[in-house]
Design a protein around this ligand. Structure first.
Ligand code: ADP
Ligand code: MG
Ligand code: MG
Length: 359
């Protein structure tokens, strides 16, 4: 396959090595080491991204804007093939290639709050630089990705059509979701509120979508497939969901589901470092809500899939999505506990957001 792809970029496959690279879960990713420089080659996952050219067009618009806005900013975007195209539609699939960011490191888990601070700062910087970009000009690469009210409706449908045995067994968790429906109502308030605008949002803030340097400083964000118009709560909330707890959504020992409060503070400080001047006062009031929004949405997605016999996520073992839903509900419970304690400290943190060394 590579002997057909590499020449399209003017690379000679004889003096180029290609190795599978990274721990991304969506696309196929290889590191291409050529005589002059290295690249990341990707085959786009068209099960997830039905129309890869939508992504390509988005990246091109963002690149033009960012190059003018801040020429120093490292925006990792695809290079052009000899044909002039930055996305290649080949018999083996859709391919694109970005320069490899030399000296970069990817983390798969966070062990230090400084990592949360750096990552949040990079996601904030990205949306902050694009604050004046008209988000409505971007293509939607995954429709309704973070549309919580639709996800909730889908959950209700899943319950109505559920495998009866699974529904009975999941009753306690289904009840919990329904008892916390106010989280959906708040989302609807946000959608209706002009003070919470659609912005350019990354929508996949996993820690391995930030590149770090050898000194553990953030370099830039990558994995821009889900960059779309959205609300800032999507990025902040997904950082909360995936950074606050040392255990992942796969953990079945619920005693390990706890929240690192200092990481919450680090996310707040890092994100606000870049976004405090951009977000409206109304948006800032929804900062803590962001975590509930995303954790709740992930819980209902896992639970709905379990009730529908794992048709979307698949299951590596019987009850896999049920366990993931239970994990996310446990995380949400911990988050709600933290929120009760946090009302006062968050407002005092607000005054500190201009002090990057307050960490
Ligand atoms: P996926 O959508 O499958 O997660 P990513 O775009 O995140 O794919 O790429 C997978 C991994 O490849 C990243 O987590 C990172 O480790 C590495 N990677 C991607 N692009 C680059 C790049 N330009 N320079 C260095 N590493 C990269
Ligand atoms: Mg990724
Ligand atoms: Mg991705």
């Amino acid at each position: 396959m590579f002997e057909n792809i590499l020449p399209l970029y003017g690379l000679n496959s004889d003096d180029t090595t290609v190795n599978l690279f990274g721990d991304g879960l969506i696309n196929h990713t290889w590191k291409v080491t050529a005589a002059e420089q290295s690249y990341i080659l990707q085959k786009v996952n068209t099960d997830v991204f039905k129309e890869p050219s939508n992504i390509d067009k988005n990246l091109s618009l963002l690149k033009d804007f960012l190059n003018k806005k801040d020429p120093e900013y490292l925006f990792v975007s695809p290079v052009k093939a000899l044909s002039g195209e930055s996305l290649l539609d080949t018999p083996s699939g859709y391919f694109r290639m970005t320069p490899f960011v030399e000296g970069s490191i990817s983390l798969n888990a966070l062990t230090k709050r400084e990592e949360a601070y750096e990552a949040a700062k990079q996601f904030g910087k990205f949306s902050g630089l694009l604050a004046d970009f008209d988000a409505s000009t971007l293509n939607i690469t995954i429709p309704d990705f973070h549309n919580l009210s639709l996800r909730y409706e889908q959950f209700k449908t899943a319950c109505a059509n559920a495998n009866p045995e699974r529904l009975e067994q999941a009753k306690e968790y289904v009840d919990f979701i329904n008892e916390h429906k106010s989280i959906v109502n708040t989302y609807l308030d946000i959608v209706a509120n002009d003070e919470v605008p659609l912005r350019v949002i990354h929508h996949d803030t996993k820690i391995n979508n930030v590149l770090f340097d050898a000194n553990n400083k953030g370099i830039c964000v990558i994995d821009l497939d889900t960059v779309m118009p959205g609300y800032f709560i999507s990025d902040v909330g997904d950082m909360m969901r995936t950074y606050l707890c040392a255990a992942s959504e796969e953990e079945t020992d619920l005693t390990k589901i706890s929240i690192r409060k200092d990481f919450f503070k680090a996310i707040y400080e890092g994100y606000m470092e870049e976004m405090a001047a951009v977000l409206s006062e109304t948006e800032k009031q929804y900062f803590t809500y962001a975590g509930k929004f995303i954790i709740y949405m992930q819980a209902i997605r896992f639970l709905a899939d379990h009730l529908q016999n794992d048709i979307y996520y698949g299951a590596k073992y019987e009850g896999h999505n049920f366990n993931r839903a239970i994990n996310q509900i446990a995380l949400l419970k911990e988050y709600l506990k933290m929120e009760e304690e946090f009302t006062t400290p968050l407002s005092s943190m607000k005054e500190q957001h201009n002090q990057p060394h307050a960490l």
